[in-house]
Design a protein around this ligand. Sequence first.
Ligand code: GDP
Length: 447
Amino acid sequence: VHPAGDTIFAVASGRGRAGVAVVRISGPAAGAALGALAGTLPPARVARLARLADPQDRDPIDRGLVLWFPAPSSFTGEDVAELHVHGGSAVLAALAGALGRMAGVRPAEAGEFTRRAFENGKLDLTEAEGLADLVAAETAAQRRQALRQLEGALGTLYGGWRRRLVRALAFVEAAIDFPDEDLDPEAERRALADAAAVRAEIAAHLADGERGERLRDGLDVAIVGAPNVGKSSLLNALAKRDAAIVADMAGTTRDVIEVHLDLGGWPLVVADTAGLREARDVVEAEGVRRAAARAETADLRLVLVDARDWPAIPAEVAALAGPGALLVANKIDLVAAPLAPDAEGRVPLPLSVATGMGLPELLTALERAAAEALDGGGAPALTRARHRAALVDAEAALAGAVAEGRRAPELRAEDLRMAVRAVGRVLGKVDVERILDVVFAEFCIGK
Ligand code: GDP
């Protein structure tokens, strides 16, 4: 592991040839490095056109914009220099060579700039994760959620809970530590009532149907059906649409092939699974088993049947065609009469992958299902299993802290402390600040 006090540099823009590339330098030697390359430092936070040369042999490297962000007003909180140069590999190689030869300067490791920003208090952990999600966002809804998180929507929510719990803890501890002081018993009762309110807010936040996590990953849709109904034809048709952002045709075993779709800004991951039928051999039995397992865990099952067989559904498929499934009859081009309801009153969505008929309606149905499952109406949503695990812990600890009936104040305090720690874990605040500071600030004990 490299020392944290090093000055680091990296190409901050994307890979490959480009008009402009941005090289970022952060750390105590950033100013010296910029000065060595550009001759002098520009005024703080003002872009200046400069000729960059290798300080060793004065070999000119490029002409570009340079920026100087002295600490602490920079992304990382350290001295930062930015070079906007031409995005060619020879330019970037020359710059990397010149920077790498400077004392105390080295290439950055993955995520190291953001890590320093976090360590210098520029971002909390949820904001850092929001930044990573924003860079990875593929659809508009993912982008909006990530930007909200980067701008502190989750940090503010969790930070608020944490502050209120620290306050409750302070009141409980004060009663323990200063039993002879004339503390207002009402204040402690109110603080515990507020901790109970925080607990209810956490519980409501946890019970969100995992919208935020699913929005990050994309709504998981499994196409299920008997062999030959047109599952892979449908997936290919979806992949060829403009909306298909990645046609990830991985999986040579034909187990699962996925297509990522962007429908109205909502991300969907549509997977084709092996055909469901009575297996003829062990290999096929395993394929069918995996397909069924994948279908069962999917957020949405797109059940494909052959329109000519309707209303008959093979037994293996019927098991997955329950409530919440989207029933679609393909090869509608091969039947003349409209589809009649089956015994349960269901009418499948008519589709012909061959002619394209019914495809727009299917996409509309998928978009509606995604919006229903993923739209949280703009409220900040829990986005990661890491947050969920910590908040589940916090909720459990709070249940003990605010339990009705007689309970030793020491035990309530310990539960509150655990809850504060659990919420702090989400934010990356592992230290429980000195509770007595809060006590003294709020009650002026022994003033
Ligand atoms: P899978 O086994 O469910 O993945 O089915 P395939 O996608 O391989 O399709 C099986 C056969 O049905 C192929 O010969 C396709 O060309 C044909 N097929 C798929 N969709 C349609 C359709 O809408 N109409 C007609 N007439 N044939 C189709």
